[in-house]
Design a protein around this ligand. Structure first.
Ligand code: DLZ
Length: 166
């Protein structure tokens, strides 16, 4: 199968991050992967002008807890976007399915109910190697992609004004 680096992007197409405050929440499970995703996200936010003090990093025990953290952040802060980082790897039991289902539905619910950009930088992989390939390996870094998505959505949120179209 052809290896595609999904993190290749045109920097000129990414909004300037200097007006925004972005939260990044990373799960502690599979730290080899989530630390690399977190670094990818934070480095990319910095590269695109988000001020150091406006990058807020939080940790949660596992991917399942990302939903609660995202909900707390949108309820108690005015961050412009929340990047949620996790890595779920298939094991011997059905835990994988339940965590993946819960976090994808949970984060969607938070996004829809709050109207705030919630970014899904969660890897759901069969093997650790698949995850590493997407955490700075041959398929790019899902944290980098999450940071770009956050900036684009933050700008969209600030730009849309249906009463006064551009
Ligand atoms: C319990 C569990 C398992 C089996 N696998 C993972 C995983 O692959 N990735 C991950 O981020 N978290 C895992 N967890 C922990 C759950 O996300 C959660 O932290 C616990 O069930 C406590 O609510």
């Amino acid at each position: 199968m052809k290896k595609t680096n999904l993190s290749d992007y045109d920097p000129a197409a990414v909004p300037d991050g200097s007006p925004y405050t972005i939260a990044v929440v990373a799960a502690e499970w599979n730290p080899q992967v989530t630390d690399a995703l977190l670094k990818g996200a934070v480095d990319t936010l910095r590269q695109h002008g988000v001020k150091e003090e406006n990058i807020r990093v939080y940790r949660v025990p596992g991917t399942f807890e990302l939903t609660t953290a995202a909900e707390l952040l949108v309820a108690r802060s005015s961050v412009n976007a929340v990047i949620c980082i996790g890595c779920v790897i298939q094991g011997e039991t059905r835990h994988f399915e339940f965590i993946c289902q819960a976090v994808s539905q949970g984060l969607t619910n938070v996004a829809v109910q709050s109207g705030r950009p919630i970014i899904f930088s969660v890897l759901t992989c069969d093997t650790l190697q698949q995850a590493l390939d997407r955490a700075g390996g041959c398929h790019g870094n899902k944290g980098v992609e999450g940071a770009i998505a956050a900036l684009k959505m933050a700008k969209l949120d600030q730009t849309i004004d249906f009463d006064h179209p551009a």
